[in-house]
Structure formats: C-alpha cells, structure tokens
Design a protein around this ligand. Structure first.
Ligand SMILES: Cc1ncc(COP(=O)(O)O)c(C=O)c1O
Ligand SMILES: [Zn+2]
Length: 422
C-alpha cells in the first residue's frame, strides 16, 4: 500500500500512514483513531522491506524481533521498556488427551512482564506515543491493560493515567495501582469508562490513550502473538486457533499476522480456522455469530470473566468477518464452565490461567463436544492472562485437602483420603 506521509517525518519503522477500514481514506501517521471522512476505525498502512526468517531469528528474545512488521522505531529494542513476548508455546498433551484431541498447544501469555498479553499492545503503543511526543500514557481498561500501561509508563518515565470500572478484581486493581500513576476507578461498566476516555482523548491532545487515540498502533501489537506461534511451530501456521474475545482486536490481529507471514513468504500458504470464545454473561459477538448478523448489538455484561466484559466491542464486526472467512465458529460458555476450564488447564498442564483462559478452554471443550472443531487438526489455544489476578474465581472451589495437627497419623489419613499412593 502506498501512502504519502505529511511532514514531520516520524520514525515508525515500516509504517507510512493510517487508512480507514471502512472507506479506505488515508491520513498521515498521528494519534488519530477515527476517519475524518466517515468516522470509521483506522489501521496502520505499511511499506514492508525485505523480511526473512533469518533476520527475525537474529533479533532479540522479545516482540521486537518482529519490529520490521510493526509501527515502531528502528532502535525500539534498546529503549527502556518491558520488552514483552517470546512467551512459551506448550505442547499440551495431557489436556489434549482429556479433551480427546490429537495435537494441542497452549500459547501461555501469562508469562509476560505484567502477566497478560496486554504488554504486547502497550509496548507498541508506548513506542508510538514517544515518537509522537505524547507525554502521558493512558487507557480505559477491563483490568489487564491497566497494569500493563502503568508498568510500561513507569519503566519509560512517562506520566500514566488508567481508568477502570470500580468493581474489578483486587488482583487487577492492586497491580494497576502499585506502579504509582493516576488510577481512577469509575462507577460504571467498561463501556462507560471507554466512553469517558473517548471524551477525554478529544480534549487532552498530548495524552496517548493506548486503546483510543493510539488504537491503530496498539492493535498491531497483537500480531506478535500470531507471529510467535508460527515461528515457534517452525515457521508453520496451525490448522485451528481458539482466541478469547473482548473488543475482538486480538482475534483479528492473530489472523492478520498469519496472512502477512504468508504473503511475505515467511510461512507456506495454508488455511486455518479461527475460533472465538466469550463468556455467556457478555457474548455480543457470539450472539451475532449465531444469529448470522454482521452488526453486533451491545449487551450489559454480567460475568466473572471481567477481562472480557466489553458489551460494545469496537472490533466485533471484524472478528465476525475473520471467523466466518476462515470457517471457524464463535461460542460462549457459562461462568461455571469458565471455572471448570481454569481447573482443567491447571490440573492437566500446570498452567493457572485467568478467567479469560477459562473461557477459552471451556469454549474449546464445548466446540469439541458439539463436533464443531476438528479434534484431529493441530490446534493452538491462547492463554492470555494469569490466574493469580483472578483468584476469587476459583477460591471458593479449591483449598487445602485437609487441615491437620502436626501429626504423622493425621497426615497419613489425609493422604489416603485423597487417594494418594503411599
Ligand atoms: C486476558 C485477556 N484476554 C483477552 C482479551 C481480549 O482482547 P481484545 O479486546 O483484543 O479482544 C483481554 C482484553 O482485555 C484480556 O484482558
Ligand atoms: Zn472512512
């Protein structure tokens, strides 16, 4: 895509402009998120240079190994930052066996610096904010983004301002607060918080709201999950992927990453199916999918999966499009199933995911039971956050098997009662 840039020329790597996803109108690079012609969402336009597997593999052990495919400065890897990414891809044989599947991998993004995939999107937004001369990093968050923004701003020496719904889990709130920025809890839903941030971003034009006026840059960070999965599989795209949906951005960008790798010749052209996962208490995209609609009707969220509780998802229609185009399915699961999903992943693979991970595991299980996902096709499941931030979801279900006096016989009794082989 050829887009002319206006001066001053910014160093945002291969990014050359912004284009409207609705009408194709072009804008220069900047902190804009809505098309000046039709108010449609904007996307980064690129002119990619030569990218090879070797050039990527020679890069750092972080998302910056893909900087040639991101809107970030050439020297981004040497700047103070959290340098997220290159999280482990776990061959999940025991979970696969429990689910009756052949080949299953878990991409465990709880291993990022603030324990969710949001470090990826924030790292890219931060680099753009610095290049655009914005001195404050801000966001509207369902929880994970809050911690990621506050931590990245602290590390980079920027002012931060994070707005969250006031009913978030303690793990998310404390995590967002500890880095010392401005943390504002709002009486209202995420969608209320997001609306407020839209208003603020209109006025505070030297602030970078990562998921509002920096959204085109922020969203590109999610491509790195797709890039890593393909590289870690030996430069191959899996046949199926299961992705949790809140705004729907992550899902669309994993698909975009694989299309880019194919068109750049970094992986062989292949087909894959993208599956979307939501909690039934906030399932606007799943409902639209089931009804065969192209538009997503907003809902009022009520689920323990608070990180996915976006009732009016900005990228919902694009997520629907990616799932339908690839032949996937979007399904939703109850809160009880979410808890079962968290426990199943923990018990089979030793991975403690947050509620979003529980949603994704439970959705995979439901799709398999309904015969809507191929158990024999190679599948990747994304675990996007850490269970330590959503302890309440399972705290009522698990605990000590027994509480005893410091007594040998009582210990033996407890161990036998639990069925341990002694
Ligand atoms: C843990 C976790 N997983 C997945 C998502 C979904 O991301 P997206 O809004 O890009 O759909 C979020 C969003 O907040 C999240 O916190
Ligand atoms: Zn437009």
């Amino acid at each position: 895509m050829t887009i002319t840039t206006d001066p001053p020329v910014l160093d945002l790597g291969p990014a050359v402009g912004l284009s409207c996803r609705n009408c194709g109108a072009r804008l220069p690079l900047g902190a804009h998120y809505a098309c000046s012609e039709c108010f449609g969402p904007l996307e980064v336009g690129y002119e990619y240079g030569a990218v090879t597997r070797a050039s990527v593999e020679a890069g750092p052990q972080s998302i910056w190994r893909y900087r040639q495919l991101l809107p970030v400065p050439v020297d981004v890897a040497t700047r103070p930052g959290l340098h997220p990414g290159m999280t482990r891809l776990v061959k999940a044989d025991r979970l696969a066996a429990a689910l009756g599947m052949k080949t299953l991998w878990v991409k465990d993004d709880s291993g990022n610096p603030t324990h969710s995939f949001k470090d990826r999107v924030v790292a890219v937004a931060l680099a753009a904010a610095q290049e655009l001369g914005l001195g404050t990093l801000a966001c509207a968050s369902t929880g994970n983004l809050a911690g990621a923004v506050a931590a990245a701003a602290a590390r980079a020496g920027l002012q931060s301002c994070v707005l969250i719904p006031s009913d978030l889990e303690a793990g998310k709130t404390v995590m967002a607060a500890v880095y010392g920025g401005l943390l504002v809890a709002v009486h209202g839903s995420y969608d209320d918080v997001n609306r407020l941030c839209g208003e603020l971003a209109g006025d505070l034009d030297d602030w970078g709201f990562v998921n509002v006026n920096l959204r085109p840059f922020y969203a590109e960070g999610s491509k790195t999950l797709g890039f890593e999965v393909a590289e870690q599989l030996g430069w191959r795209v899996p046949q199926q992927v299961v992705v949790p949906i809140a705004s729907g951005s992550l899902l669309t960008k994993v698909d975009k990453a694989w299309r880019e790798l194919g068109s750049l010749g970094l992986v062989e052209q292949s087909e894959w199916r993208v599956y979307g996962a939501q909690a039934s208490g906030c399932a606007p995209v799943s409902s639209a999918f089931k009804a065969g609609h192209d538009v997503v009707a907003p809902v009022k969220p009520d689920t323990i999966a608070k990180s996915l509780a976006i009732g009016n998802p900005a990228d919902g229609p694009y997520a629907l499009d990616a799932v339908r185009r690839t032949g996937g399915v979007i399904e939703d699961v109850s809160d009880a199933e979410v808890v079962e999903g968290i426990r199943l992943l923990a018990e089979t693979e030793g991975i403690f995911g947050e509620t979003a991970g529980g949603v994704t595991v439970a959705t995979l299980r439901k799709l398999l039971a309904a015969g809507r996902l191929d158990p024999a096709a190679e599948t990747v499941l994304l675990n996007t956050g850490d269970g330590l931030k959503t302890l309440d979801a399972v705290a009522g279900e698990v605990g000590p098997s027994a509480t005893i006096a410091p007594s040998y016989s009582q210990f033996m009794q407890a161990a036998r009662a639990r069925g341990l082989e002694i």
